[in-house]
Design a protein around this ligand. Structure first.
Ligand code: GDP
Ligand code: MN
Length: 397
């Protein structure tokens, strides 16, 4: 689960990390008084969406001003005016995709004078199963770009969980970032704080880009992107409450309520599959046959008819879906349950696109019988390759 920058900064503030004072607003009328509570003489007005690259992003609407989603203002009035231009508009960045994201919140912050922009992240390294620090002198930039063009400018190392964070970890970061004098001590303290926050809250990712050296020579967190382990949220009520469902894909949100493993993609073939491995293989073979999957969907082993119905409804609600492939290898999951779920869903929402069904395994005959006797216009398939070929042909002609 991800949270907004202003929420991440509130957590950082609680833990004693250096962040600027700021106020969040959801209505343009609030912006002036919010900005007035800050000291100035510089204000930063920041669109709050769950995506990075806001500064270099652009708005879809003509009346939203020409600058991106991070704007500097020299007066309270100017800050309020910039907030007004962004609220309710759609910000497109390289992370939002072409559809962009609607800006429903604005964070107005005390502006900082910047001497250097640095990059810092903590994440769970799957290779070592440890928490890793990643840092670079190339802050404020796209880190993927730095990683591919100048990988030598990124330092990464993991922390042994038996010792936990030690001051030498912080000094390693400080020297890699070229920090001097009192900054080294600040860095050692800040890294300890970030590590503690990361572990306390079961985080998956903590990215600060940029971490800055201010014109006064101090370290400060200027941007913060936090991701939390969804499986651990049950023990962090405070974090769970920060969830902003308006930032999430509505179909993925609906799927999570039914405990379905669903990820929206941007192809044209909707897939309903059981088992993550088979789901991946199905996506691969759709691509191999010349089309693109519209989603990843694993209905799981013990899916009920209701769950299958819901899954089918989620797939058909996607307007990009031009055809559906149901690919089930019944083991624990029974083919007749799948068949019943599909029929129930079609009765409820109708079927406007071609549907290919491939059933194999437990109760396959019963499943096929249910579909045949339903009078549904289903294209039957015998194996995975045949099924993929048929749905691609039905969609692409
Ligand atoms: P992002 O574009 O979504 O990553 O948003 P950031 O919060 O990282 O802001 C983008 C850029 O705006 C930063 O890299 C800075 O160069 C600039 N910026 C953000 N806050 C301030 C500030 O307080 N003062 C100044 N001078 N620049 C800022
Ligand atoms: Mn940033």
């Amino acid at each position: 689960m991800n949270i907004h920058e202003y929420q991440a900064k509130a957590l950082l503030r609680d833990y004693g990390a250096p962040v600027s004072d700021g106020r969040v607003v959801t209505r343009a009328e609030e912006a002036k008084s919010a900005a007035g509570e800050l000291d100035g003489p510089l204000w930063v007005v920041k669109a709050q969406i769950h995506a990075g690259g806001r500064g270099k992003g652009s708005f879809k609407e003509a009346d939203s001003g020409e600058k991106g989603g991070v704007r500097l203002a020299k007066s309270v009035e100017e800050a309020a005016a910039e907030a007004k231009k962004m609220l309710g508009r759609t910000l497109v960045t390289h992370q939002t995709g072409p559809a962009g994201k609607q800006v429903n919140r604005i964070y107005i912050e005390d502006g900082s004078g910047i001497e250097r922009e640095l990059y810092l992240a903590l994440l769970v390294d799957r290779q070592t199963s440890r928490i890793s620090f990643v840092c670079s002198t190339e802050g404020g930039m796209d880190i993927e770009e730095v990683a591919s063009s100048t990988p030598e400018r990124i330092l990464s190392f993991s922390v042994d969980p038996a010792t936990g964070y030690q001051p030498y970890h912080g000094r390693r970061v400080a020297f890699a970032l070229g920090l001097k004098g009192g900054q080294v001590k600040q860095c050692v303290g800040l890294m300890a704080t970030l590590y503690r926050l990361f572990v306390d809250k079961d985080m998956e990712m903590l990215e600060i880009n940029p971490l800055i050296v201010t014109d006064g020579g101090d370290l400060k967190v200027l941007d913060a992107k936090f991701g939390f382990d969804g499986n651990a949220l049950y023990r962090h009520n405070d974090i769970a409450q920060l969830r902003d469902e308006t930032e999430e894909d509505s179909k993925e949100l609906q799927a999570s309520k039914y405990d379905l493993n669903y990820i929206a993609l941007d192809g044209e073939i909707g897939c309903m599959v059981n088992g993550a491995g088979l789901a991946m293989a199905t996506m691969d073979i759709i691509k191999l046959k010349g089309a693109e999957p519209a989603n990843f969907l694993d209905v799981g082993g013990g899916a009920t008819k209701e769950k299958v119905t819901e899954a089918f409804k989620i797939i058909t609600s996607d307007e990009n879906v031009k055809g559906i492939l149901v690919n089930i290898f019944g083991g624990i999951m029974r083919c007749d349950v799948i068949a019943e779920g599909v029929i129930a869903a079609v009765k409820e929402v109708g079927l406007k696109v071609p549907l290919v069904v491939r059933l194999e395994g437990t109760n396959v005959e019963k499943g096929k019988e249910i579909i045949e006797s339903s009078g549904l216009d289903v294209i039957a398939a015998d194996d995975l390759s045949d099924a993929a070929e048929k749905i691609v042909k039905a969609v692409k002609g």
